[in-house]
Ligand binder design. Structure first.
Ligand SMILES: Nc1ncnc2c1ncn2[C@@H]1O[C@H](COP(=O)(O)OP(=O)(O)O)[C@@H](O)[C@H]1O
Ligand SMILES: [Mg+2]
Length: 236
């Protein structure tokens, strides 16, 4: 029997990928990092991406976030077909829609913690006062209000990663792409990151996180198993 579709049932598709392929040319041959991957993620989902090193996790996150473009296939994110746009558009797209957290933090070493968090808002043209208020609020959210004037080199790995989370949230993006956030941290320090991810889950963001960390996998609504550039199993 058909069920009447209620408005509340319709969730917006945030990520749609079809037959997605990514090849990296290297001297003499190409490496196929993604081999015809299909994926749909709807608004508010928390999806973990699980797979061995080299499976294509980082490549997939980079394509979804418009940091790189596919060799072939379709990738539509927040209503934009990313395979058709140039670098200028992709930069605007990233600023409006995507917060990235990289495995190796990628903070700007010459900027303080506060300035690192403020940077995306300044790029987006926010007023100075608003930027400062929000940067302080985000540093508080990740428990680092006492580290505002520290430079990345003066912070531990776990603290740098928390700053990276605050920066990813700066422009209040609907989509968060998080690459092995506890991969470089010891178990104890990783717990603080898991705590931040728990908080994010309650904020209604769409989250894709590449991880091997069981504590994060447990938070996810579903887990994609990636192997050799394809999704092999999906746990609901
Ligand atoms: N910039 C690049 N140039 C060449 N090969 C790459 C590049 N980035 C990734 N690869 C290769 O693509 C495959 C998938 O890599 P990656 O997406 O980083 O996997 P994962 O994040 O799951 O470890 C690997 O074989 C890797 O060596
Ligand atoms: Mg990776």
């Amino acid at each position: 029997m058909m069920r009447a579709v209620q408005m509340g049932d319709i969730k917006e598709k945030v990520v749609f990928a079809s037959a997605l392929c990514k090849e990296y040319p290297i001297t003499g041959h190409t490496i196929s990092a993604l081999r015809g991957l299909n994926l749909e993620v709807v608004e508010g989902e928390f999806v973990s991406i699980y797979g061995p090193s080299g499976a294509g996790k980082t490549t997939l996150l980079n394509l979804i976030g418009g940091l790189d473009q596919p060799t072939s296939g379709e990738i539509v994110v927040c209503g934009h077909d990313l395979s058709t746009y140039d670098e200028d558009f992709l930069a605007t797209f990233r600023s409006a829609y995507v917060g990235f957290v990289f495995q190796s933090y990628n903070l700007v070493s010459t900027l303080t913690a506060l300035e690192n968090v403020a940077f995306p808002m300044e790029l987006a043209g926010w007023s100075g006062n608003r930027v400062e208020k929000r940067s302080e609020k985000l540093l508080k959210l990740v428990g680092l209000s006492h580290r505002t004037d520290h430079f990345p080199a003066q912070l531990s790995g776990g603290e740098q990663q928390r700053i990276a989370f605050a920066r990813a949230l700066a422009n209040d993006p609907p989509l968060l792409l998080i690459d092995e956030p506890t991969g470089n941290l010891d178990v104890e320090t990783g717990l603080e990151i898991v705590g931040i991810m728990e908080k994010l889950k309650t904020k209604g963001k769409t989250i894709l996180v590449a991880t091997h960390d069981e504590r994060i996998v447990k938070l996810a609504n579903r887990t994609l198993h990636l192997r050799d550039g394809r999704i092999v199993v999906v746990d609901e």
